[in-house]
Design a protein. Sequence first.
Length: 332
Amino acid sequence: MKVCDYGCGKEAKYQLKNGKYCCEKSQNSCIYMIHKLRNSRIKIIKSQEYREKMRRVKLGTNHSEKTKIKIGNSNKGKIVSDETKRKISNSKKGKKQTKEHIEKNRKSKIGKPSGMLGKQHSKKTKEKMSLVRKGRIHSEKTKIKIGKSNLKKRQRTIEMINVKHYLFSQIEEMRYNPDKPDEQEIQVHCKNHNCLSSKEQGGWFTPTKSQLHERIRNLKMSLDHSYFYCSQVCKNACPLYNLRNDPIGDNNLSYTPSEYQTFRKFVLERDEYTCQYCGNPATDVHHERPQKLEPFFALDPDFAWSCCEKCHYEKGHKNECSTGKLANITCD
């Protein structure tokens, strides 16, 4: 004999869809399940009533009988002297008087001259004062102070460029404008050698923020582009502007940019992105055999080393590997 799986102890006559056996056709009609559901409903109702009582007690609207008896006994046991009663009454009167006094003062101020000295302001001045308090309008002195603080925050300095952009500071010569010593305005040379602001003529000019940004960005990408020009006339007259081929020789590469990127990635991963000269994090790849003289070894990883920007400049842009010396070399 099979017993009901729901705990009533009777004989199981039916098999339900869930695979269990029950004394009735449905589990809800079993006596044990009926009592269980009733008890759960009663518990839910009691918990809801208890929550409502506690909420009323917290709000102070409803107290239980025990708490009411305790409060009554405590109030009966207290004996208040006449002095304390007078103090309580005076304090209550004082509160009312202060509120009334505030309202009277507020009403009396309407229509009277405002300000500490008793001066009456016009509507325009009142509007300006309100806007100044909100921070929408500033005086001339505050505008000058805010402008100087914003310039100091946004403006680049030569010291900051020397630390962050070492390659740029080594290639380009910079100085502060001597006519404006307080503003720290950076000046550079014009690339056109015939211009008065060029290095050859000993001149200087102040570049724009976009010119500085583009020159630094191109040098980071190892592209010698975006030269400094003081005007559009100098840019058009310069022979290096829009130059796509080397005037000394042909620069047609024997490899594609994608092939060079795979070669560069392989060398950096092989050296674990560490400079082989100083041990700092590596960002560039230095060719032991110059690409201009021996292009056959341009993509040979056995003759390439990972290095940082500083070491790459010292090894690749100075001494034997400098572009000026390589351009003057002619192979037989």
